[in-house]
Design a protein around this ligand. Sequence first.
Ligand SMILES: Nc1[nH]c(=O)nc2c1ncn2[C@H]1C[C@H](O)[C@@H](COP(=O)(O)OP(=O)(O)OP(=O)(O)O)O1
Length: 250
Amino acid sequence: MPSTTLPLLPHSLPCLYHPPPPTTSKLFSSSPTTRSLTCSTQEVRGRVLCTAHSGGRKLGAGMEVDGRDMSLGAMANGTAAAGDGDGDEKQKQISPKLLTLVIVKKGEKVLLGMKKRGFGAGYFNGFGGKVEAGETIYEAAVRELQEESGIVPVSMEKRGILTFHFDDNPQPWEVHVYHVGDYTGEPCETEEMAPRWFPLADIPYDKMWQDDPIWYPEFIRGRLFKGEFYFHNTHTLVSHTLHVLQKLDA
Ligand SMILES: Nc1[nH]c(=O)nc2c1ncn2[C@H]1C[C@H](O)[C@@H](COP(=O)(O)OP(=O)(O)OP(=O)(O)O)O1
């Protein structure tokens, strides 16, 4: 079937939104998060050794379990830290960086932006970015949408939480995905994004992050979802889990 790609939005349209000057302080985490990992144990010379796995990946080994109920956290250097469930981690965990991603879906089409600079440049994606100090995730989602596409949501609801793990970055990214069905203003090209409408049947997955073909279909079906994605060298998807939910707990 011939492609029915919709035209690019006019480049010359001035964006009405003028972002405030950048702030220097950024919020990189909400509260410390304990990730659940699989721990297989074996006895070695009278001591119990734990090997931690998450998403099929071995994270590390060498922890001694002394009979208490232990929880494990993934660490920067790929090892595991132990706590007894009351917050006394022996090593500090790396909390995920919080980000937002807003996808505008109206009728049978979706608004994506070609990322012009920074992380993910060259990919089509929704609009979003890092949650800054002093703002809620929802507020960050509204701000990033406005900064990157020039539009303001009339209604917006959270649809998913995706966590991206990288073997070349110790800090996971927790991306909160929102749906906008109605908005005010006109999408226009900004310094960061060049917006463009795509028919739902023609989403350009070959020019998007490798996880997108896995969860976009659930987003398009109107479902709630939570996923974990593991990347090699930032861009190559190695493994994942994705769960469709009745309710999002965060
Ligand atoms: N694997 C992935 N799949 C996906 O669909 N979106 C991803 C993704 N990894 C990151 N993203 C999204 C999350 C977020 O909306 C965006 C990355 O945000 P940015 O780095 O552009 O943040 P900022 O706009 O705050 O950037 P700066 O102002 O340049 O620091 O890419």
